[in-house]
Design a protein around this ligand. Structure first.
Ligand code: 3QA
Length: 228
């Protein structure tokens, strides 16, 4: 099975690439895709650039052009749930778009006709993650991850996302990747390590912890690849 591993930023895929035994860079659609080998498995790694549009484009190409049959996202997120601290890992059970708003027409936040507010991630991949966590003694949280085209650095906005979607963490790519994988029938998994708490200090914390949290997420993903 050819596995896609996607990040949003270069910092999120660098620790993944350092594990690869071979990596051939292929340029396409203003981006670079790394066709890699890891312990006999075919893995394609890319960073999409930030946000829903770029991540949807990259996820689509990983599946339709590069032939990936499962997609794992590795990266960092802002914490919403009080239990989540910098460096903690969270897996998404469902993903929603917190900035999608046609409520003027009586629809709920995050909904457009013929879509769903929440897209559920692949249960088998989540089970593999739980197996890895158990074996390695790593604490893994699970909950809704909310996605939007904004870096949230404001407690009011964060609390609104929490109350509206019951979300545990927020970021800028998960739900768009979920929409693509769901439409194309490709199992997907979204893992994030906390880099900040989406509050007034978020910008500062993000800069301080991007690298270390990205590595925590990447290391976990590599343990999962061995089991897929
Ligand atoms: C932030 C990255 C984007 O890909 C989403 C990190 C961590 N904390 C978040 C928060 N709100 C929303 N998302 C997140 N990722 C891009 S802005 C920084 C760019 O620096 C998850 C995430 N609080 C570029 C250097 O100029």
């Amino acid at each position: 099975m050819k596995i896609a591993i996607l990040g949003a930023m270069q910092e999120e895929i660098e620790p993944l690439l350092s594990y690869m035994e071979e990596a051939k860079a292929v340029s396409y659609a203003n981006n670079v895709y790394y066709e890699c080998k890891y312990r006999g498995k075919d893995v394609v790694i890319a960073y999409s650039k930030i946000g829903k549009v770029f991540s949807a484009l990259t996820a689509t190409l990983l599946i339709e052009k590069f032939g990936c049959e499962a997609l794992l996202f590795s990266g960092v997120a802002g914490a919403i749930h009080e239990d989540l601290k910098v460096g903690d890992l969270i897996i998404a059970d469902g993903l929603c778009q917190h900035d999608l708003d046609i409520t003027a027409f009586g629809h709920p936040y995050g909904f457009v006709p013929e879509g769903d507010v929440c897209i559920v991630s692949d249960v088998k991949l989540r089970d593999i993650a739980k197996e890895v966590a158990k074996e390695k003694g790593i604490v893994l949280k699970e909950g809704v991850i909310a996605t939007g085209d904004q870096f949230v650095a404001c407690s009011d906005r964060k609390n609104w996302v929490k109350d509206t979607f019951n979300a545990h963490a927020l970021e800028m790519e998960g739900a768009s990747v979920a929409v693509v994988c769901n439409a194309l029938n490709v199992p997907f998994f979204i893992l994030r390590a906390i880099s900040d708490s989406a509050d007034d200090d978020a910008g500062f914390d993000f800069d301080a912890f991007l690298e270390s949290s990205a590595k925590i997420s990447a290391d976990f993903i590599m343990h999962m690849v061995e089991k897929i």
